[in-house]
Write a protein that binds this ligand. Structure first.
Ligand code: NAD
Length: 496
């Protein structure tokens, strides 16, 4: 059985005393294994990054950016290979996987701006003949810990920018689909990155905790579930590190009575069921204003869902694939059963679908649950499956109240034709990313990505301008060159 190793100091390495099975979720078969790095292996990766740092820090931003340019080209050339790798281990359909890689490439393009992004701020004559400027210096060794659901894009949110800013990186991707991040890191070396600047260790809690506690690691970017995000944030900051930890989500879409229902239905279907709902920005709840609109929405959704195609990643005709593991499939089915037991109405039941030729796959079909209430577990928790809940309220304020009192605050959106309503909503909603007639408002690479409440621990969001601030430290320098012969005496009052 092939074992996926680690990339340390530019070399592929094995440390597979402990392993984790990798499945093809469409067939349910184990296709390879991930070697789970020991503490010593992770420490070696941190050491390689620490050794590479002085040279990389001294490399000009323009030279770093040129490597990113070549990296960008290699990613674009390998997009089909990457999509197939992601599809096989994650289950997402090729068209969806290609989209993920493209969104990842956007972040590399942003990192190509490094010389511009690191320009700093300058003020002349802050005092007589005194100039002052702020510059943004790299932190040193930075770690990234990423989830299974975007094996290409989420790591690309982190290290291209961190590296372009002059840091050295250790990535710990998800042990469930590690081939894509490892392959991409090899492309970065092909693009000319010096050894040790970027390292990948595959692993589990042992690897993560080593990264969180090692004093050489200056900052940690994490993306994953809220429980682990909180653990990572507390441990990393407790050990004196800067940390941004992005967690789970429950994204609501408000459907107003004046919305273009036909287009709302089509985008809701894509945003709720695309990638089997395993996206942190997936729409999980449709909050419909008015019972009559609710009835119309549910009936149109049911009709549209009859045409959903669920299957394996390598058929581009499929809309979405399986969920990641058998255990996760059972968890999603459990949420559907619990909704039913608590009085919700299962309008479309995706439990145990028959997918010809893939009887052992981890499939859940598109599921639509109506008459959900805020006390139900299926509403309170993140399901992370192809399940759309429908809730009915009487007015926009009630819809807003639901969103604002939910534990999570990643994304939300509203479907309406009324600009005033849309403006009020975007102004008052307590989520970090908002869509107006846009179902998945994932910010482009030159903005930043981050939720509110328990969807993000830390002050700075991922990538974009916040990413530059996260991966650099401000230093402000004040300078005067006294003219020959002019000497000031000692001053004891505060300089002003
Ligand atoms: P996860 O929390 O299980 O794993 C994320 C990472 O943490 C992995 O690398 C994993 O190996 C590591 N990990 C798992 N258990 C750990 C432990 N006990 N101690 C230390 N490290 C541990 O998440 P997942 O199932 O891979 O991904 C799905 C979750 O990620 C969902 O909750 C989803 O909403 C969230 N997510 C959030 C965003 C965002 O931007 N907010 C983006 C993508 C995914």
């Amino acid at each position: 059985m092939v074992k996926i190793g680690h990339l340390i100091n530019g070399e592929l390495r094995e440390d597979a005393k402990r392993v984790h099975d990798i499945f093809n979720p469409a067939t349910g078969e184990v296709i390879r294994q991930t070697g789970l790095a020991s503490r010593e292996t992770v420490e070696e990766a941190i050491g390689a990054a620490a050794d590479a740092f002085p040279g990389w820090r001294a490399t000009t931003p323009l030279k770093r950016a040129r490597i990113m340019f070549r990296f960008r080209e290699l990613l674009a050339e390998n997009i089909d290979t990457l999509a197939a790798m992601a599809g096989e281990e994650h289950g997402k359909i090729l068209h969806d996987a290609r989209g993920e890689v493209l969104r990842g490439i956007e972040n590399v393009e942003y990192a190509c701006y490094a010389p511009e992004l690191l320009k700093g701020e300058h003020s002349r004559n802050v005092g007589t003949a005194i100039d002052s400027w702020s510059e943004f210096q790299p932190l040193g060794v930075v770690a990234g810990i990423t989830p299974f659901n975007f094996p290409a894009m989420v790591p690309l949110w982190m290290y291209p920018l961190a590296i372009a800013c002059g840091n050295c990186f250790v990535l710990k991707p998800s042990e469930r689909d590690p081939s894509v991040p490892l392959f991409i890191a090899q492309l970065l070396h092909q693009a000319g990155l010096p050894k040790g600047v970027m390292n990948v260790v595959n692993g589990d809690k042992e690897a993560v905790d080593t990264l969180l506690l090692d004093k050489r690691v200056q900052a940690v970017s994490f993306v994953g579930s809220t429980a682990i995000a909180e653990h990572v944030y507390q441990t990393a900051t407790g050990s004196g590190k800067r940390c941004q930890a992005l967690g789970g989500a429950k994204n609501h879409a408000i459907v107003m009575p004046d919305a273009d229902l036909e287009s709302a239905v089509s985008v809701l279907v894509g945003a709720a069921f695309g990638s089997s709902g395993e996206r942190c920005m997936a729409l999980a709840v449709a909050v419909v204003v008015g019972d009559e609109v609710g009835d119309r929405l549910v009936s149109r959704m049911k009709k549209r869902m009859e045409t959903l195609k669920v299957g394996a990643y390598d058929n581009d005709q499929n809309d979405f694939g399986p969920v990641i593991t058998r255990q996760h499939m059972e968890k999603v089915n459990g949420y559907i059963s619990s909704a039913q037991e608590h009085g919700a109405v299962i309008e479309v039941d995706g439990r145990n679908p028959h997918i010809a030729g893939y009887e052992n796959g981890f499939f859940v079909g598109g599921t639509l649950i109506d008459r959900v209430t805020s006390e139900m577990v299926c509403y309170k928790e993140e399901i992370f499956g192809p399940v759309l809940l429908v809730m009915r309220v009487e007015n926009m304020q009630q819809a807003l109240e639901l969103i604002n009192t939910h534990e999570y605050g990643n994304g939300s959106c509203i479907f309406t034709r009324d600009g005033e309503v849309a403006h009020y909503f975007s102004d008052h909603v307590k989520t970090g990313m908002v869509g107006i007639n846009v179902p998945l408002p994932v910010p482009v690479a030159f903005h930043s990505f981050g939720g509110w409440k328990r969807s993000l621990f830390g002050d700075l969001a991922a990538y974009g301008p916040d990413g530059v601030r996260f991966y650099t430290r401000r230093k402000t320098i004040t300078q005067r060159w006294p003219s020959a012969g002019v000497r000031e005496g000692a001053q004891f009052s505060f300089p002003s």
